[in-house]
Design a protein around this ligand. Structure first.
Ligand SMILES: [Zn+2]
Length: 216
């Protein structure tokens, strides 16, 4: 499914660029719904009629609509809430992922925001589920768009209050790393890389992350 314009080519956006989060996404803006997501949107959720893609009166871009009842199937990104848990002695807790994507690689705890919780509740819940640690969410380290995955990743700094590492299907290993010993070569996601880099820039500007060359 193609959008009818590329936002990256809109002259009024030139002065802003794509924002600091553009570094965490690979594809141009304005490309419409990612194909993998469009493939899941076939029928109207109200009446079951097959959806069609195209111009809809009153809409400023082409969209999926129901030719029978007029329902418009808006497609928006989901929010992934993560934390960079920091221990009292200034180490960062990461987990080695037990599931795809990124199985066997290191990432911060996090997951999809549920519809009935706040972002800070999600940060606490996901961190507890995946590490066994209770964190107090603090400053926002960054917000990162991943257009190809249709998500926005929010990273909180999280102060570790208590708890004990608890391995689980999502975490094969949990470890606290000194900021100068982060396993850069084994980082799972671009958003993890950027969140750690942004955290270092803020808290430990004396430490520079190793280059990570992405082959995705
Ligand atoms: Zn319908």
């Amino acid at each position: 499914m193609e959008g009818d314009r590329n936002l990256a080519n809109e002259p009024f956006l030139d002065v802003f660029g794509r924002g600091p989060d553009a570094r965490s996404t690979n594809i141009p803006s304005g490309g419409g719904v990612p194909p993998w997501l469009a493939a899941t949107l076939n029928y109207c959720s109200r009446c079951g009629t097959e959806l069609t893609f195209g111009e809809i009166e009153g809409e400023d871009r082409q969209r999926l609509g129901c030719p029978s009842c007029g329902h418009i199937a808006y497609v928006n990104p989901r929010l992934v809430v993560t934390t960079i848990p920091v221990t009292d002695d200034g180490r960062i807790v990461l987990l080695r992922r037990g599931i795809e994507p990124g199985r066997g690689l290191w990432a911060q705890p996090g997951g999809f925001l549920e519809v009935d919780e706040t972002v800070t509740e999600a940060a606490v819940r996901e961190t507890l589920e995946e590490t066994g640690l209770i964190v107090e969410p603090g400053e926002i380290v960054g917000l990162y768009s991943r257009l190809e995955a249709a998500v926005v990743v929010l990273a909180f700094e999280g102060r570790v209050l208590r708890g004990d590492y608890r391995l689980n299907p999502e975490a094969l290993e949990i470890q606290a790393f000194r900021p100068d010993a982060i396993p850069w070569k084994g980082i799972a996601f671009k958003t993890t890389y950027w969140a750690l880099r942004d955290w270092l820039n803020r808290r430990r500007p004396d430490i520079h992350p190793a280059d990570r060359h992405w082959d995705e």
